[in-house]
Design a protein around this ligand. Structure first.
Ligand code: FE2
Length: 291
C-alpha cells in the first residue's frame, strides 16, 4: 500500500463557551460544529488575561467513563479529588487522568505572572475499561521530553513518539500521540500517524499550511483553528512567516456507540441512568463501591 499523506478534511472555528462555575473558554470539539472525533470527546482551549474569566473554576464535579487530559501553557491548576489526590498542574505540565468507574474532582485555575492558558482534552475509554479503577499520570514541565531539530523546531512529547523521543504519558488504551509542536518561520514538519487512527492539529499561535500532500498542496491555517485530518500514514505542515505552534493529537478509535450526559460518557442510556442514580445514592465513587 502506497504511503498516504493526511489532508485537512474540515476546519473548526473556536466556539466561545461557558463552563464550570463560570469559566469562559473556547470549545473546539463537542461544540456545534463537531460532536466528537472518536476517541476524542472534547477539546477546550482556556486562557485569558482577565482573572474574572476563569477564577470561579470547576468546583467538585463527577466524571465516569472517560479520561481528561489537562495540559498547561501558562498559569496553574490546583486539583483535588475523592481518591485523596491533591496537587498543582504548573506551567508546561500535563495531567492525564482516567476517571474510569467514577470520581469527583475540583479543578481551579489561577494565573502565574498574570497569565493563564491551557487545554483540556477528553479521551473515550473503551467499554471494557469504563468502570475500571481511576488513575493518574502527572508530569511537570521538565519531565516532558522534547525533540529539538536544527531548524529551530521544538516538539514537546506529551504522549507518543517523535524523532526517537518517547512521550511522558504511556500505557493509555487508545494509543494516543499528543505533541506540542513549535515551528520556526518557514520550517517544515512531517510526523508519522498510524493509519486508521483519528487525528487533529490545533493551531493555537501563528499560522501556516497543514495537510500538505504529494503535490505540495495543503490547507492554509491561522490560529486559533482546528484542522481535522483525513486518514493516511503521516502529517506534513509548514510554518508561515510568523511560525506556528500547534497540538498534533491522534488515537485509536473505540468504534463503539456512546451515550453522553455532561461529564459521564458511557455506551448506553441505561449506564447514564445508573451513573445519575449512583451519584444520588452516594455510590458513584469507585473506591466507595469497591473498597
Ligand atoms: Fe473535570
Amino acid at each position: 500500500m502506497a504511503s498516504l499523506h493526511r489532508s485537512v478534511t474540515r476546519l473548526i472555528e473556536p466556539e466561545p463557551t461557558m463552563e464550570g462555575a463560570g469559566v469562559k473558554l473556547n470549545r473546539l470539539i463537542a461544540g456545534r460544529q463537531i460532536d466528537w472525533l472518536d476517541p476524542f470527546l472534547l477539546l477546550d482551549h482556556f486562557g485569558s488575561d482577565q482573572p474574572a474569566d476563569y477564577m470561579a473554576g470547576f468546583p467538585m464535579h463527577p466524571h465516569r467513563g472517560i479520561e481528561t487530559v489537562t495540559y498547561m501553557l501558562d498559569g496553574e491548576t490546583d486539583h483535588r479529588d475523592t481518591m485523596g489526590n491533591a496537587g498543582t498542574i504548573g506551567p508546561g505540565a500535563v495531567q492525564w487522568m482516567s476517571a474510569g468507574g467514577g470520581l469527583l474532582h475540583e479543578e481551579m485555575p489561577r494565573p502565574v505572572n498574570g497569565k493563564l492558558e491551557g487545554f483540556q482534552l477528553w479521551v473515550n475509554l473503551p467499554a471494557k475499561l469504563k468502570m475500571s479503577r481511576p488513575s493518574y499520570q502527572e508530569f511537570t514541565a521538565d519531565q516532558i521530553p522534547e525533540a529539538r531539530r536544527d531548524d529551530g523546531t521544538v516538539i514537546r512529547v506529551v504522549a507518543g513518539e517523535t524523532d526517537g523521543v518517547r512521550g511522558a504519558v504511556t500505557e493509555i488504551a487508545m494509543q494516543p500521540t499528543y505533541l506540542d509542536v513549535h515551528l520556526a518561520p518557514g520550517a517544515r514538519f512531517v510526523q508519522p500517524v498510524l493509519r486508521g487512527h483519528a487525528a487533529f492539529a490545533y493551531a493555537y499561535r501563528g499560522g501556516g499550511t497543514f495537510g500538505i500532500g504529494e503535490g505540495g498542496e495543503g490547507t492554509a491555517i491561522q490560529a486559533p483553528q482546528l484542522a481535522i485530518l483525513g486518514d493516511g500514514d503521516d502529517f506534513e505542515a509548514r510554518a508561515g512567516d510568523a511560525g506556528v505552534r500547534f497540538l498534533l493529537v491522534s488515537g485509536r478509535p473505540t468504534r463503539e456507540t456512546i451515550a453522553r450526559y455532561g461529564p459521564f460518557v458511557m455506551n448506553t442510556r441505561a449506564e447514564i441512568v445508573q451513573a445519575v442514580n449512583d451519584l444520588n445514592n452516594g455510590t458513584f465513587v469507585w473506591e466507595e463501591r469497591n473498597g
